[in-house]
Design a protein around this ligand. Structure first.
Ligand SMILES: NC(=O)c1ccc[n+]([C@@H]2O[C@H](COP(=O)([O-])OP(=O)(O)OC[C@H]3O[C@@H](n4cnc5c(N)ncnc54)[C@H](O)[C@@H]3O)[C@@H](O)[C@H]2O)c1
Length: 368
């Protein structure tokens, strides 16, 4: 990826797009627009819009494209849990406080919701984020129903509304396939990764059959950043370790965490990929990462540096061996080419930008 990495391997801003945002003087905290399209009167559906990435997208549109109409659909959270003890759905109203668009409760597994979406709206874009997002969930029936079947119904709505469909796939489709992970070389190790791969297969079929259709799948790698807190134990280790440190404890890591490498991607770059996908050079399925693998130990070290602590580490056994990814690093060159996607945040940058929110959450949600 020539031109993306500055000296020392840090990601550097580049001056590709016509707008001001990749100028050399952007700052980490800067909120950016990723399309010049004002989206006037465009109707945008965000499924899973009360979740981490969906609500971040909702606020992106509100802040940058106020003339667009945004409709959020989510099942929100109830009290039901999966057999692993985690909540069945993580949507939380607090992710949407301040959102001025339309919010609907709905289960994407229900035909009545699909009917309502099909009949009562005319969508220009659908950002499909709703899913059982818990990679450790064991319920194969619910996973396939929610992630795969419902996707097909939403694709049919997109076809009839002539809406662009941008949906969330996942780096979990690769399992322990060799790094850097490339589209076409998948080896899912859990039912979550399998369900996302099945979504991608369906998407490929729709792309083939519907030549006019605008359809982009985004394989997010490990996302971290604001609005993930309500994913509880399934939130990123950035926020979880951050809160352990803020409570005066050593960060708790799996043994060998310096050798467990992942492509960690900051939410702002995930938003960038989604918005870029509204005007792709071509349809397809693309990786969304930084293109770099970093360790969980790196996260703990960066956090301790940012929080000015030196607590050492506490190591525990990894209970997920066999269904756990040990080395992910996205090949993002096709994404750069097709979407003009250029990640701005290295792990150090993303954590630095996230620290004030990690501290706020600790004060408002954890320590009270
Ligand atoms: N966060 C990551 O690191 C990551 C990585 C790869 C892929 N993804 C994918 O990105 C998408 C968004 O993930 P996220 O991190 O925001 O997770 P999230 O759990 O915060 O968001 C998913 C949302 O979908 C909602 N939902 C679940 N079942 C539903 C149903 N039956 N009907 C309607 N809504 C339902 C949940 O309430 C939740 O708000 C998901 O598809 C996820 O699989 C996330």
């Amino acid at each position: 990826m020539p031109g993306i990495f500055a000296k020392g391997g840090r990601l550097a801003p580049i001056n590709r797009c016509t707008c001001q945002r990749f100028s050399d003087n952007w700052h980490l905290g800067d909120k950016m627009q990723y399309t010049d399209d004002k989206l006037v009167n465009k109707v945008i559906l965000i499924t899973g819009g009360a979740g981490f990435i969906g609500s971040s997208l909702a606020f992106y549109f509100q802040e940058n494209h106020p003339a667009a109409k945004v409709v959020v659909v989510d099942i929100f959270r109830g009290v039901k849990t999966l057999s692993n003890g985690n909540l069945k759905s993580f949507g939380h109203y607090k992710n949407l406080v301040g959102f001025k668009g339309e919010v609907l409760y709905g289960d994407i597994n229900e035909a009545a919701l699909m009917e309502q979406l099909f009949k009562n709206y005319r969508f220009d874009y659908i950002f499909h984020q709703a899913a059982i997002s818990d990679t450790t969930a064991l319920e194969q029936d619910l996973m396939i129903q929610t992630n795969v079947n419902a996707f097909k119904r939403l694709l049919d709505i997109a076809v009839s509304h002539k809406a662009g469909m941008i949906y969330a796939s996942s780096g979990a489709v690769y399992g322990n396939a060799p790094s850097p992970q490339k589209v076409g070389n998948e080896l899912p190790q859990n039912v979550y990764g399998f369900s996302k791969l099945m979504m991608d297969n369906i998407a490929k079929e729709y792309i083939e059959k519907n030549k006019e259709m605008h359809l982009v799948g985004l394989r997010y790698f490990n996302v971290y950043g604001s609005r993930e807190f309500f994913k509880n134990k399934t939130a990123s280790m950035v926020v979880q370790l951050g809160h352990q440190i803020l409570s005066g404890k050593a960060p708790r890591l799996f043994e060998g965490s310096d050798k467990i490498l992942r492509d960690f991607i900051y939410i702002e770059d995930v938003i960038q990929a989604n918005i870029r996908a509204m005007h792709p050079a071509k349809n397809g399925i693309f990786n969304v990462g930084t293109g770099k693998a970093r360790s969980f130990q790196d996260i703990a070290n960066i956090l301790q540096k940012e929080l000015h602590t030196n607590y050492g580490n506490e190591f525990i056994k990894n209970p997920f061996i066999g269904q756990y990814q040990f080395f992910t690093q996205a090949d993002i060159s096709p994404t750069v080419k097709a979407l003009d996607y250029h990640p701005r945040f290295e792990l150090e940058d993303g954590i630095e930008a996230y620290i004030p929110e990690i501290k706020r959450l600790f004060q408002d949600e954890v320590a009270r």
